[in-house]
Design a protein around this ligand. Structure first.
Ligand code: SDX
Length: 427
């Protein structure tokens, strides 16, 4: 580990300090690079760029390690709850019993949305994609909750954080209900965070809804697996939006928009659609060949990752959860067998081995969500619901980071040099 990195530009040497974290790669502090050299660094896609310091989540992509405030995702998924992980990410430590009860009570008291917000849904077509609705409605929250938009007031930041975490399940359930033409259900705070969401989604006013404990546990675990993931595209979007001083509701709407992409959170919907298109295991070789064909834009959805060059530890838990949900609901979906066979064939194929492409968090999640009863169009909504905890925690960390200023990258300009305007009759 060196304490300085030497860079030579046009024959002149420059030293840049090397900073070390508690674990993981060091970083070269190049904040003064342009001022000293007159050059920019170039890193489209930020494959080698650290955008911030963070204490929230650590990923070792080679070892397939994911820690939230130091706790391995497998241990949290096995022993914790989504509300407890939310508290951990927001506050840095696992809560004591009373702290957790207080946090859950606080969140439960914010689960209702302003009654007028329901009218926003009526402006959408019934077949609107729920992610389109989520983008619009979450952005609109800033029109209702002015009293928690001053980002420099820690009390307002906390209220806005709790409001976002608490209202996301209500809004997500409303988006689903609107798409199926059923009435919205109000939250029932006698239920757990996840049980409340399941009831608002699948319950109907005409009869009582019994939360299935096995489904509740599986859904809560799926939320844990999606809570936070370092500086991924949507989290970086939230941080960049927040760096301009935008209010937290607008920042989360920006994160939702980014997450929707099929290369990111939209992959869970795309992965199940892909499995449905493949259908039976006999057709897998055809799709693997397409994924390997440079002239074919098709990719195996739910496979590969910018950081994990080993098995995504979340996919391991997700695969185990499939069987638990199938057993609890006494269902079976042949697509799971297709997924298992696809994984087996891909992981034994030279192309996937050489490019270190493994199943990621999105590969198996759709099989579970479909078994529980969610349409594929809701899959990324569920990802956004859970990731709101991470976005909110990362947003708070960014706002209170003295190093942070408005994000404003530069570019390598390759357009025309200066030229004079030519009137249209002389062109
Ligand atoms: C998430 O960042 C996060 O942390 C995200 C996330 C989170 O929790 O926030 O983990 C959630 O977004 C998971 C990823 C979900 N997306 C998918 O499953 C979509 C399919 N996967 C890919 O498109 C891709 O793997 C990415 C986008 C996930 C990562 O892409 P990278 O790191 O930019 O890598 P790349 O596109 O440059 O691919 C490297 C090579 C390429 O081949 P070459 O040009 O070198 O010959 O691997 C190939 C790619 O063609 N490749 C694939 C592939 N993924 C990469 N080939 C076939 N199928 C795939 N799935």
């Amino acid at each position: 580990m060196t304490d300085a990195a030497k860079v030579s530009v046009d024959g002149k040497d420059f030293d840049y300090p090397v900073m070390s974290g508690t674990v993981g790669p060091d970083v070269v502090d190049i904040r003064k690079f342009y001022a000293q050299t007159g050059d920019f660094t170039y890193d489209p896609g930020f494959t080698s760029t650290a955008s911030c310091q963070s204490k929230l989540t650590y990923i070792d992509g080679d070892e397939g390690v994911l820690l939230h405030r130091g706790y391995p995702i497998g241990e949290l998924a096995e022993n914790s709850s989504f509300m407890e992980v939310a508290y951990l990410l927001l506050n840095g430590e696992l809560p004591e019993k009373g702290e957790l009860a207080q946090f859950e009570h606080t969140i439960s008291r914010h689960t209702m949305v302003h009654e007028q917000l329901a009218t926003f849904f009526r402006g959408f077509r019934r077949d609107a994609h729920p992610m389109a609705i989520l983008c619009g409605v979450v952005g609109a929250l800033s029109a209702f909750y002015h009293d928690s938009t001053d980002i420099h007031d820690p009390v307002q930041r906390t209220i806005a954080s709790h409001r976002l975490i608490a209202k996301m399940p209500t809004i997500a359930a409303m988006a689903y209900k609107y798409s199926v033409g059923q009435p919205f259900l109000y939250p029932d705070n006698s239920l757990s965070y996840t049980g409340n969401f399941l009831r608002m989604t699948f319950g109907v006013p005409a009869e009582p809804y019994e939360v299935n404990p096995a489904v509740e546990k599986a859904m809560d675990r799926i939320f844990i697996l999606h809570a936070d993931h370092e500086q991924n595209a949507s989290t970086s979007t939230v941080r960049l939006a927040g760096s301009s001083g935008a209010n937290p509701f607008a920042c989360m709407a920006a994160g939702i928009a980014c997450l929707w992409g099929p290369a990111h959170g939209g992959a869970n919907e795309a992965a199940l659609n892909m499995l449905r298109e493949i259908g039976t295991p006999e057709r897998i070789p055809e799709f693997i060949a397409r994924a390997k064909d440079k002239n074919d834009p098709f990719r195996l959805m739910g496979f590969g990752h910018r950081v994990y060059k080993n098995y995504d530890p979340r996919a391991t838990v997700m695969q185990k959860t499939v069987r638990e949900v199938f057993d609890a609901l006494k269902v079976n979906d042949p697509l799971f067998d297709t997924a298992l066979r696809l994984e087996e064939l891909a992981l034994s194929d030279e192309y996937f081995i050489e490019k270190k492409l493994f199943p990621n968090v999105d590969f198996y999640s759709g099989v579970i969500l479909s078994a529980i009863g969610f349409p594929t169009s809701m899959f990324t909504v569920l990802f956004a619901l859970a990731r709101t905890v991470g976005w909110v925690a990362q947003w708070n960390e960014m706002i209170t980071d003295p190093d942070q200023k408005i994000g404003r990258p530069r570019q390598l300009y390759t357009g025309p040099t200066q030229r004079s305007y030519v009137p249209v009759d002389q062109r």
